[in-house]
Ligand binder design. Sequence first.
Ligand code: COA
Length: 176
Amino acid sequence: MTARFRELRGQKVVLRTFGADDVSEAYIGWLNNPEVTRFSNQRFRTHDRASCEAYLASFEGSDNLFVSVRDAADGAAVGTMTAYRNAHHGTCDVGIMIGQRDYWGGGYGQEAWDLLTGWLLSEGGVRKLTAGCLAPNKGMVRLMERSGMHLEATRKRHEIVDGAPEDIVLYARFAD
Ligand SMILES: CC(C)(COP(=O)(O)OP(=O)(O)OC[C@H]1O[C@@H](n2cnc3c(N)ncnc32)[C@H](O)[C@@H]1OP(=O)(O)O)[C@@H](O)C(=O)NCCC(=O)NCCS
C-alpha cells in the first residue's frame, strides 16, 4: 500500500508530485475561479497562499498523493489530482481538477485520470478505486465511465447547485 509515486508520463500529460513551488498565482486562481469550482465545495471558500500551503502540508507523512498535472509538450501546470489511500482497506478515492480552462475538452483530464488510476490499481496497492461528482458535471461523469469505473451508488438530491438539489454519483473500479 505504501508504493511510492514518482512520475508518470503520457502523450499529453506528465504527472508528478505537487510541491511547494507549485503553489503559484495561477494555481490559487484556479481554486478561486467559479467556473472551475462550479461543481465543487471549494466554491464556498476563498483560497490564498496560506490555505494552499496548509493543504499541501496535510499530505506530508501520509499515503495520500497530491499530484501536479503538466502539459507534456512544454511542462506548463494545467491541473491537479488527489488520491486518498486507505492502507487498511486497500481503497483509494481520487479527484481531479484541470484548472487551466483552455485545456478543457482536449483529452488532458482523461489521460491524467487513466494514468494515475492505472498506476494506483497496478502498483499503488489499491484494491478498490472510488470517485464521485455531482450528476450535472457531465465531463467528470464521462471521464469516470470511460476509465472503466461503474456506478456504485447515487446520493439523491444531495447538494444544491444553482438553487436546485442535485444527485451525487459514486463510481468504483476493482483491481481484479
Ligand atoms: C471534469 C474535468 C476533469 C474533465 O477534464 P477535461 O480535460 O476537460 O476532459 P477530457 O477532454 O479528457 O474529456 C473526457 C471526456 O469527458 C467529455 N467531456 C469533457 N467536458 C465535458 C462537458 N463539459 N460536457 C460533456 N462532456 C464533457 C469529453 O467529451 C470526453 O468524453 P469523450 O471522449 O467521450 O468525448 C475538467 O473539466 C475539470 O477539471 N473541471 C473542473 C473541476 C471538476 O469539476 N473536477 C471534478 C470535480 S469532482
